[in-house]
Ligand binder design. Structure first.
Ligand code: NAD
Length: 556
């Protein structure tokens, strides 16, 4: 079947692909293509910003050029060391060691604050890698689309009889990640209204096929939503406006959506969130001249924004925080009960993480959509009884256009990821797919993230703030032959809030790739199950027992 491919986004940053090898081996070439790919789908590639306001692919242009030069020249038995987006060493290791290891934006605890980060960034000493930007794993809005869809479906199952047909979903933010929301909402059959203050962002989502329509004003937007809901038709509508003004206005009109969330970049008050009454251009000007004003007014706006979300909740809507620190900012802005709004991980997804089911992804380095089609078929063959995955692959085939290198995301768990990647490595070996395939996952994964206001909020044993797990994950991955391993901590407004680990494994069709897949992908998810079992979750203990995952023997 033919898949929709979004038009190239930036003429200066072409999507990589094709059979020609420029580096000394496919593993190096793969990582180079992934780096080129994150820039080709980036929000602002000329400034190396990939998504989430400040998430960068490399520290600066000289660092980027040096990374490329090293990836082109290095041998398989070397390891490139990257510190906050800048290559700092190329060491002799061995062919089974990672090709690239990186640590991005890790600041010592007492100093891990937004203002320290901005200062270090200004001095050129650090950059924030986001989750998937700095380690070259970002695949455009598709990266979070299944996660957003699964959240909406869990809500649909719990409250609305199985899907969101006839339901009104209100959200905001049409940026790199938030841009997945309209399509995910439509796939769940909702009438979804997405507010963004920046008309260019909304237009971009419309152009790439993630957003159906842009309404000229609130009145028209609500009438489009009413009509789509009455017909039970999935529809996404964009509205240009500030969520801190539009949400209270909708509430004041007595219109109560069925589901409410938000994915503006509320985590960063200087480079992300736009305060009410200000234009995007005005905010750009104030970043250097008066950041304190942006922080003050941003926090006051977020307080109004979250008050409205609480108002919707009190009126019966299902309201959740979608991972952008908006409740934390609101609480600091005086909204004492901001945390009455639940976080999506705890509310809907934790049972999946207990079994290490999470956002696994693959990118075909050929650039050929047909290679994804072949792997889609393979997934359907391998996991016919996995309803989440078979349903998702069929929906994704029909609805998700590719941005950059054709890629697919699917929430797979322990054992499943390894099985799929080994089978894909076979397809590479036999030439059934045209070139090697890279596997990675979001950092929002069972073993990979400590974030007490997102991933690990309200853990059963109170271990929310313990960051040992992502560090252990990264060390496990290094000792398990992964091709790239990254340790990231939060930057900008996320400074001090999180630590996470990332991994990439390249299936180049060789027996060595079989071993890398077997070790790295299996151990990554095994540690995820262990993390939740250790925290006391029965689902994780069951999964450990079923899969024979090595929990530590206790004294007899
Ligand atoms: P982005 O910077 O690319 O986009 C943010 C968007 O919000 C922009 O389009 C901006 O115009 C809009 N915006 C800012 N202030 C606004 C306001 N007051 N009203 C309306 N629109 C406003 O960021 P992104 O990559 O889309 O990420 C958004 C947030 O989601 C970030 O905080 C990010 O860290 C978080 N995130 C969560 C998950 C998750 O797993 N749930 C995953 C990735 C990112």
């Amino acid at each position: 079947m033919a898949y929709a491919v979004s038009p190239p986004r930036h003429p200066d940053f072409p999507v990589p692909g094709g059979p020609t090898l420029r580096a000394r081996g496919w593993r190096q070439e793969a990582l180079l293509r992934l780096l080129e790919n994150v820039l080709s789908v980036a929000e602002d590639p000329h400034n190396l910003v990939v998504y989430a306001a400040l998430g960068r692919a490399a520290r600066d242009w000289p660092a980027l050029r040096a990374i490329v030069a090293n990836l082109l020249a290095m041998d398989e038995d070397q390891t490139l060391i990257i510190q906050s987006g800048k290559p700092v060493g190329l060491l002799k290791t061995h062919a089974e060691a990672p090709l690239v290891i990186m640590a991005n934006c890790n600041i010592v605890g007492q100093w891990a604050k937004a203002d320290v980060f901005y200062d270090l960034q200004k001095k050129g000493l650090i950059c924030w890698g986001g989750l998937t930007a700095g380690c070259w794993q970002y695949i455009g809005s598709q990266g979070v689309i299944q996660g957003t869809y699964e959240i909406l479906m869990r809500i649909a199952e719990a409250r609305f009889g199985g899907d969101l047909a006839g339901r009104f979903v209100l959200t905001a933010g049409l940026g790199g990640m938030g841009g997945a929301q309209p399509l995910a909402g439509k796939m769940a059959k909702a009438a979804i209204l997405c507010v963004d203050v920046d008309a260019d962002r909304a237009e971009k989502r419309r152009e790439i096929g993630y957003l159906d329509r842009i309404a000229p004003d609130l009145e028209t937007a609500l009438s489009m939503i009413r009509q789509a809901a009455a017909e039970g038709a999935g529809l996404s509508v964009g509205l240009i406006g500030n969520a801190a003004e539009i949400y209270p206005e909708i509430l004041a009109r007595g219109v109560i959506p069925d589901v409410v969330t938000d994915q503006t970049s509320a985590h960063d008050l200087v480079f992300g969130y736009i305060p009410r009454g200000m234009s995007v251009a005005e905010v750009r000007g104030l970043r250097d001249t008066d950041p304190d004003r942006l922080i003050r007014e941003g926090r006051a706006s977020i307080a109004a924004h979250v008050q409205a979300m609480l108002g919707f909740q009190a009126a019966g809507a299902e309201v959740f925080d979608n991972g952008n620190l908006i409740r934390t900012q609101a609480k600091q802005g005086g909204v004492e009960n901001a945390f009455d709004i639940p976080i999506f991980t705890e509310a809907y997804l934790r049972p999946l993480f207990c079994r290490a089911i999470g956002p696994f992804r693959w990118m075909v380095l050929s650039g050929a959509p047909e290679d994804i089609a072949r792997i889609d078929d393979l997934v359907l063959d391998l996991f016919p009884d996995n309803r989440i995955v078979t349903n998702w692959i069929q929906l994704a085939r029909a609805h998700v256009p590719f941005e950059g290198l054709p890629a697919r995301i699917a929430w797979l768990g322990h054992g499943e990821r390894t099985r799929l990647a080994l089978a894909v490595n076979d397809l590479v070996r036999t030439g059934e797919v045209r070139a090697p395939v890279a596997f990675s996952r979001d950092h929002l994964d069972a073993a990979a993230m400590a974030h007490p206001n997102i991933m690990t909020e309200n853990m059963a044993d109170g271990s929310d703030a313990i960051a040992d797990w992502p560090l252990l994950d990264a060390m496990t991955l290094c000792s398990s032959m992964a091709d790239l391993v990254a340790v990231h901590s939060g930057g900008g407004g996320y400074a001090g809030y999180m630590t996470s680990a990332g991994v990439t494994v390249v299936a180049d069709g060789t027996p060595a790739a079989d071993r890398r897949i077997e070790h790295a992908l299996t151990n990554d998810t095994a540690l995820g199950v262990i993390r939740y079992a250790d925290a006391g979750y029965d689902d994780a203990r069951d999964a450990a027992g079923r899969h024979g995952i090595g929990l530590i023997r206790t004294e007899e």
